[in-house]
Design a protein around this ligand. Sequence first.
Ligand SMILES: [Zn+2]
Length: 160
Amino acid sequence: MKMKLTSMILAFLSGAAVLTAHEGVERGPNGGRLLEFSKDETMHGEVTVKEGKFHIALLDKDMKPVAVAAQTLTASTGDRAKPVKLEVAKAATGFSMPVVSEGAWLILQFRSGPEGKPITARMEYNTATCDGCKEPEWLCKCEPEKEKEKPAAKAKAAKP
Ligand SMILES: [Zn+2]
């Protein structure tokens, strides 16, 4: 019984560590959130917010802009049981769609063309201000090392 309790506590502690191990996100050349649109880092999407819309630009392996042509993107939000489709507009410079609710997930499915395998990318639109870098959490640029200095503050921020 005592062993069991110890392992339960350990499990809880490691779970908490994962929750508070906040290490920032990948940001693109325009200060947006970088999402992976390929299995081999050859295509990325950079998410920025302009005029109440998400804009998603395509970037190649060198983070250079890629013109939108045959590529397609679908977007949804909400949970798996009740996904809500978002209307996606397509332009040569990228895709755009309505901004999701604060704290909700943006789920994107990218295809390089009609033959391309769909790649799913997702991000939580967490607009809370990060203690570390003062950026919204969805654009957090903290380094992993920095977070270790004040785990207490992070623990609070992680669970509102
Ligand atoms: Zn941060």
